[in-house]
Design a protein around this ligand. Structure first.
Ligand SMILES: NC(=O)c1ccc[n+]([C@@H]2O[C@H](COP(=O)([O-])OP(=O)(O)OC[C@H]3O[C@@H](n4cnc5c(N)ncnc54)[C@H](OP(=O)(O)O)[C@@H]3O)[C@@H](O)[C@H]2O)c1
Length: 344
C-alpha cells in the first residue's frame, strides 16, 4: 500500500471512529434523584452547573462562604426545580480552605453524596515581583487544597455510605495547561490540581468511581470581573481580545464532556489543542482524531505568544519607553495571539 492509499484509509477510519464515538458511545450524564454537591455553587460556573443539575432532577447542595449569597442562589435554583415537592435544594456555608470546616460539612451531611463538583476558586493575577508570598499561599489554599480537602472528606463519606458509581468533577483552567506572565500564582495551583487528579483518577477506578477535570476558558462571571481589576496589561495582551463564554455556556460544555465520558474536558478548540499536546498518559478522548491534530498542536505551541510578547514588550519599551505591543510583535506572534486568545 503506498502512502496516499494509507492516508486515504486512515482518514476513512478516522471519520467512522469519530462518528461512532460522537453518536453511539456517549452515555448520558444521569443525575436524576442523585445528590450533587457543588463547592463554589453560589455564583459563576458552579451556580450554572447547579442549575443544570436541578433542571435534570438532581438533589443539589451548594457550598460557599457567604450564607447571604447562598440563600439568594438556593431561591433561584428552586425556580428551576422539576419536582417541587420532592427535590431537595440546600446550601451549606463553609470555607473550603479551612480543614475543620470541610470535615464538619461532610460529617453533618446526612444524605449520601453521589457527585461532587469542586468549583470554588479564584484568580489573583499580577507580576511575581509585585506580589506577596502570602498571596501565593492563599491561592494554593483555595484553588488546590480547597479542592483536595473537599475531595478527601467527600471520598471518605462516600465509602462510609457505600455509594456506588460516584463522580468527582474538578474545575481547573486553561491556565492548568498553559502558564504565562501574570499567572505564576494561579497557574501553579491549577497545574497542581491536574497533577493531583491524574493520580486520583487511577485510585478512584479501584472503587469503580470516576473523575473528570475541566480546563475552562475565560468565563464572564463575578470572579472574572474581579480578576480583570488586578490583571497586568501585558497579561491582557497575551490573552488577546478573548471571547468570554457565559457561565451557562461553560457549564453546558462541561456537561457534554461528562456525558461523552471524557476525563479531560475543554470548551474551545485552542484549549483542546493544548490539552491534546499535554495529555501525558491519560486516556485520550478520541485517539485517532488527536493523532491527526497533534502536529497542529505542536505548531501552535511553537507560535505561543506567552514568552514572545514579554520579550517584545521589553525590547519596545527600551526603544520608546512605552508599553505598546502591536508595532513590535512579529506576524507569527499575531497568529499565536489569535489562536491563544481564550485562555484564563
Ligand atoms: N471565570 C473564569 O474566567 C474562569 C476561567 C477558568 C477557570 N475558572 C475556574 O472556575 C471556577 C469558578 O469560577 P467563576 O469565575 O465561575 O466563579 P465566581 O463567580 O468567582 O464564584 C466563585 C465561587 O466560589 C466561592 N468561593 C470562593 N472562595 C471560597 C472559599 N474559600 N470557600 C468556599 N467557597 C468559596 C464563591 O462564594 P463566596 O465568595 O461566598 O465564598 C463563589 O460561589 C474557579 O475554580 C475558577 O478558578 C474560572
Amino acid at each position: 500500500m503506498n502512502f496516499v492509499n494509507f492516508l486515504f484509509v486512515y482518514i476513512i477510519v478516522l471519520i467512522i471512529w469519530t462518528f461512532y464515538k460522537r453518536y453511539f458511545s456517549s452515555s448520558e450524564f444521569q443525575v436524576k434523584n442523585k445528590h450533587v454537591l457543588i463547592t463554589g455553587g453560589s455564583s459563576g460556573l458552579g451556580f450554572s452547573f447547579a442549575k443544570l443539575c436541578v433542571k435534570n432532577g438532581a438533589n443539589v447542595t451548594i457550598v460557599s462562604r457567604s450564607q447571604e449569597k447562598l440563600d439568594v442562589a438556593v431561591k433561584q435554583l428552586r425556580g428551576f426545580s422539576t419536582k417541587k415537592d420532592s427535590q431537595k435544594i440546600e446550601s451549606f456555608a463553609c470555607d473550603v480552605t479551612c480543614v475543620s470546616e470541610v470535615e464538619q460539612l461532610f460529617c453533618s451531611l446526612i444524605v449520601p453524596v453521589d457527585i461532587i463538583v469542586l468549583c470554588a476558586g479564584a484568580s489573583k493575577p499580577g507580576f511575581f515581583h509585585q506580589q506577596s508570598p502570602v498571596l501565593f499561599k492563599d491561592q494554593v489554599e483555595l484553588n488546590y487544597l480547597g479542592s483536595v480537602y473537599a475531595a478527601t472528606y467527600c471520598f471518605q463519606k462516600m465509602l462510609r455510605d457505600g455509594v456506588c458509581g460516584a463522580k468527582f468533577i474538578f474545575i481547573s483552567s486553561a491556565c492548568g495547561l498553559l502558564s504565562f506572565p501574570g499567572y505564576s500564582q494561579y497557574a501553579a495551583t491549577k497545574f497542581a490540581l491536574r497533577g493531583f487528579c491524574d493520580a486520583f483518577r487511577g485510585e478512584l477506578l479501584l472503587f469503580q468511581y470516576t473523575s473528570h477535570i475541566f480546563f475552562a476558558s475565560s468565563i464572564d462571571s463575578p470572579g472574572f470581573a474581579e480578576e480583570q481589576k488586578l490583571k497586568p496589561e501585558l497579561t491582557k495582551k497575551i490573552e488577546g481580545t478573548c471571547v468570554l463564554q457565559t457561565s451557562d455556556q461553560a457549564a453546558a460544555s462541561l456537561w457534554t464532556g461528562i456525558s461523552r465520558g471524557h476525563y479531560q474536558i475543554t470548551s474551545d478548540f485552542a484549549v483542546e489543542l493544548l490539552r491534546i499536546s499535554n495529555n501525558s498518559t491519560n486516556p485520550r478522548n478520541n485517539f485517532l482524531l488527536e493523532l491527526l491534530l497533534l502536529p497542529f498542536a505542536c505548531i501552535m505551541q511553537h507560535l505561543s505568544p506567552a514568552q514572545g510578547v514579554a520579550k517584545c514588550e521589553r525590547r519596545h519599551k527600551q526603544f520608546t519607553g512605552h508599553m505598546t505591543l502591536y508595532s513590535a510583535k512579529p506576524s507569527s506572534l499575531r497568529l499565536g495571539l489569535v489562536i491563544y486568545s481564550t485562555s484564563s
